[in-house]
Ligand binder design. Structure first.
Ligand SMILES: C[S@@+](CC[C@H](N)C(=O)[O-])C[C@H]1O[C@@H](n2cnc3c(N)ncnc32)[C@H](O)[C@@H]1O
Length: 245
């Protein structure tokens, strides 16, 4: 236990490169939805977002909020219910349909002209729009800029080799005065192959630090029973707030 605690204190695992060549295809993600292998979904929403929601919103009204790799995150409804407009992107059409059904929201769907085969799903109230396509194709659809980004289960789900490209897309979507909340995990990557993938503090800095001021708001021990099946015995979640430099 002594050694383990030492690692926990430093919160950086030396073998961060071990997952570098891991690749999950879009088809594999879609299969997870079909087979209900969506252990990442939180029915009660994300507790740290709940805690920091007011800080994140800063009392501002009618914000545009982006959810990369949104799944059926219930937090999208939290923002919409407060009068903000939510845009998400998710490759699984099933996930998107489940979101609207579970939140009792009627919706319409139409093709996205700029991205062959892709669709947009819009709540009838008009304040939630979910793009069903690859995140990396999304810039072609000119979705505008955002005041807030909630990045949970997103950077950590992107294939490690695509992180730079991912951060470039994210930063291209920010509007002056933006705030960006990012959740990442720290665990021994030699024991669990991911996703979620392990993202170091240094990598967060490397990806976003030239454009954003970065503040680590929380480091929380989130270890629970299900993590034992990952072969790990500790996992820390870190929550960062990025603001304009
Ligand atoms: C770990 S889950 C997180 C979902 C959600 N953010 C949450 O907190 O519950 C990652 C999601 O991203 C989707 N996904 C993975 N790669 C994607 C990509 N390149 N473009 C769009 N969606 C993607 C997956 O289908 C999956 O639903």
């Amino acid at each position: 236990m002594g050694d383990t605690r030492a690692v926990l204190d430093s919160e950086e695992y030396p073998n961060s490169e071990v997952q570098k060549s891991r690749v999950l295809t879009l088809e594999e993600w879609q299969e997870k939805w079909v087979n209900h292998k969506i252990g990442f979904h939180q029915e009660q929403g994300h507790q740290l977002l709940k805690k920091y929601l007011d800080t994140f919103l800063k009392g501002e009204k009618a914000l545009r909020v982006f959810f990369p790799l949104c799944g059926k995150a219930v937090e999208m409804k939290w923002f919409a219910d407060r009068g903000h407009s939510v845009v998400g992107v998710e490759i699984s059409e099933l996930g998107i349909r489940e979101f609207f059904m579970e939140q009792n929201l009627s919706y319409s769907e139409e093709p996205i002209m700029e991205i062959p085969g892709a669709k947009i799903f819009k709540s009838s109230s008009g304040n939630i729009s979910l793009y069903c396509c690859n995140l990396f194709d999304l810039p072609r659809a000119n979705i505008g800029k955002f005041d807030r980004i909630w990045d949970r289960g997103a950077l950590v789900a992107v294939n490690p080799d695509d992180r730079k490209r991912y951060s470039e897309v994210m930063l291209s979507l920010t509007r002056p005065g933006f705030q960006y909340l990012l959740s990442v995990f720290s665990y021994d990557p030699t024991k669990h192959a991911g996703p979620p993938f392990y993202v170091t503090d240094g990598e967060v800095e490397k990806l976003f630090g030239s454009v954003c001021s970065i503040q680590c708001l929380e480091k929380v021990d989130i270890f629970e029973e299900k993590h034992k099946s990952w072969g790990i015995d500790q996992i820390i979640e870190r929550l960062y707030l990025f603001t304009e430099k």
